[in-house]
Ligand binder design. Structure first.
Ligand code: CTP
Ligand code: MG
Length: 228
């Protein structure tokens, strides 16, 4: 079976307003609930681990308790970095979780199709990430703000979530990162350090991360067009 971990313990600085962006409503339903409901539609998923800041545990538990259509869930406390929040969530993995997905709670427009594709590829290859072809030209720069070089765009993808891994691979990757004080910006980067080849799966351009206030309006536009 598959367990999904949802980091939602950040401070939403770029959103502003002093509230957890995952609790903001998008066309009448919170970002967090939208995310959890989509994952709950995936048959193979049997448990949801939601990681939030200590002062929000009760609020979020109340929100989830009052919601229909969710797979069994547990709420736990996060840390100062996304990676530490996920590490805390991983302590609650049920014994029957052979595949673990990590998904930003702040990506409520993920589709069932993408989730299933990541699970399938994680089962087959050990690790898989949702990504989209990069639209921009990306430059590598130096500390003085000068261009060092330009990687060919055809080799670049923008990485999204979900990211999925066989349980033992992800746990080993998190242990190694903790031992070596490595802080990555996604889960795959921890797994890559084990030498595991991670498969890239088509992620969908609508699968944005709600980050700044404009993203709320962009997401609502996707929802209105119901192609999310
Ligand atoms: N997250 C987390 N624990 C942290 C930091 C982030 O669980 N210490 C979560 C966020 O709540 C979010 C996801 O990881 O759902 C992606 O992070 P990001 O979009 O950067 O959210 P924030 O860190 O909250 O936003 P900001 O960086 O603007 O403060
Ligand atoms: Mg952040």
């Amino acid at each position: 079976m598959v367990t999904a971990v949802f980091p939602a313990a950040g401070s939403s600085k770029r959103m502003g307003g002093g509230v957890n962006k995952n609790l903001l409503e998008l066309a009448g339903e919170s970002v967090l609930l939208r995310t959890l409901k989509t994952f709950s539609k995936v048959e193979r998923i049997n448990f949801l681990i939601v990681v939030v800041a200590a002062h929000e545990v009760e609020t979020v538990e109340g929100l989830l308790r009052g919601s229909k259509g969710l797979k069994p869930w547990q709420v736990t406390i996060g840390g100062s970095e996304r990676q530490y929040s996920i590490a805390n969530g991983l302590k609650l993995l049920p014994d029957d979780a052979q595949i673990v997905l990590v998904h930003d709670a702040a990506r409520p427009l993920v589709t069932v199709q993408t989730i299933n594709d990541v699970i399938d590829a994680a089962e087959q290859f050990g690790g898989a990430i949702a990504a989209i072809p990069e639209k921009n030209t990306i430059k590598v720069i130096d500390a003085q703000g000068f261009v060092k070089h330009t990687p060919p765009r055809a080799e670049l993808v923008s990485v999204l979530t979900p990211q999925g891994f066989r349980r033992e691979i992800l746990l080993r990757a998190y242990d190694k990162a903790a031992e070596e004080n490595f802080l990555g910006t996604d889960d795959s980067s921890l797994v890559e350090r084990l030498g595991v080849r991670v498969k890239v799966v088509a992620g969908g351009y609508q699968n944005i991360k709600i980050t700044t206030p404009e993203d709320i309006r962009i997401a609502e536009t996707f929802l209105r067009r119901s192609d999310a």
